[in-house]
Design a protein around this ligand. Structure first.
Ligand code: ZN
Length: 300
């Protein structure tokens, strides 16, 4: 018995070392939000799922008005359809572009009609495929200035990352009567961008929020701490009826999707009451990480 428990402890300790060596997030601190316990490691696991989840298309579907989901099980891509062509938010990994194209076509639209490509933040799981989308569609690629250096370092297969228009906080992108506004919500990356627009459904306008990840990195520098302090405040002030995020788990996509067509449910994605839920989780974790390392030191 004693041997077994020592072995278990040794194995658990070994696993911690392996995780640290691989650069994965730690399993502390733990925070409880709405009865659910989160650690940095479980949040990342929730966001990413398995390798298969990251590369398998989720059923493409209409979200609200002219906004559609064309992404993977755990990596979001959104298509905004207008009479003057379409807008894509997030190309995800380059290897997913054919699956996104197929989802666009399953909805009855043409991939080649994508005129503008936007992104939520300069990490490969959201924007690695930009160069291939640009090649296939000729879309204008728009990037928040603060994320440009990180995007320029994203060179799958040695390709340059296309950037056709640099924007700053508050700038807008308009196509075919739809206008998206870029909100700089930094912390996760320097140029993390939350996009907002109004969609019309049943004769009513709805405020759609395409949130960037608000997840704090393992290492909190004073600059990143200052960014998050502003970001949580600004994010919560955005008018919001339809909360979306660059990982579907951030807005309970799979659960909401399962309610489509159920009796008495108008549109499960219209959920203004849920707009702050993901920020609650990420801010609680951010504050717990700060309490562990006051002054913004490293997480381990
Ligand atoms: Zn990220």
């Amino acid at each position: 018995m004693k041997v077994t428990s020592s072995l278990a402890i040794a194995l658990a300790f070994g696993a911690t070392i392996v995780a640290a060596q691989q650069g994965g997030p730690p399993d502390t601190p733990a925070v409880t939000v709405r009865g659910q316990v989160f650690t940095p490691r479980t949040i990342l696991a929730r966001n990413m799922g398995t390798e298969e989840d990251q590369t398998t298309a989720f059923t493409p579907h209409k979200i609200v008005g002219n906004v559609y989901y064309v992404g993977m099980r755990t990596l979001s891509s959104f298509l905004i359809v207008t009479p003057a062509g379409n807008i894509l938010i997030n190309s995800t990994y380059e290897r997913n572009v054919p699956a996104i194209k197929k989802s666009v076509e399953q909805l009855g639209f043409k991939f080649e009609d994508i005129r503008i490509l936007l992104g939520t933040h300069a990490h490969g799981d959201h924007q690695e495929g930009d160069a291939v989308v640009k090649q296939l569609t000729g879309a204008q690629v728009v990037a928040m200035a603060e994320d440009v250096p990180a995007l320029q370092n994203m060179r799958p297969g040695g390709k340059d990352h296309p950037i056709d228009r640099q924007i700053k906080h508050g700038d807008t992108v308009t196509l075919g009567g739809t206008t998206l506004t870029a909100h700089l919500t930094p912390g996760h990356t320097r140029g993390a961008t939350t996009w907002t627009m109004q969609a019309q459904e049943g004769g009513k306008p709805y405020n759609v929020v395409f949130a960037s990840s608000l997840r704090a990195p393992n290492t909190l520098t004073p600059a990143i701490v200052a960014e998050f302090e502003g970001t949580f405040k600004a994010f919560r002030a955005l008018p919001c009826d339809v909360p979306l995020g660059d990982h579907p788990a951030q807005y309970d996509m799979q659960a909401r999707h399962s309610y489509i067509g159920k009796e008495g449910v108008l549109n499960p994605f219209i959920a203004g009451h849920a707009c702050g839920e993901e920020a609650d989780v990420q801010e609680a974790m951010f504050r717990a990480q700060l309490a562990q390392h006051p002054g913004g030191a490293t997480a381990r």
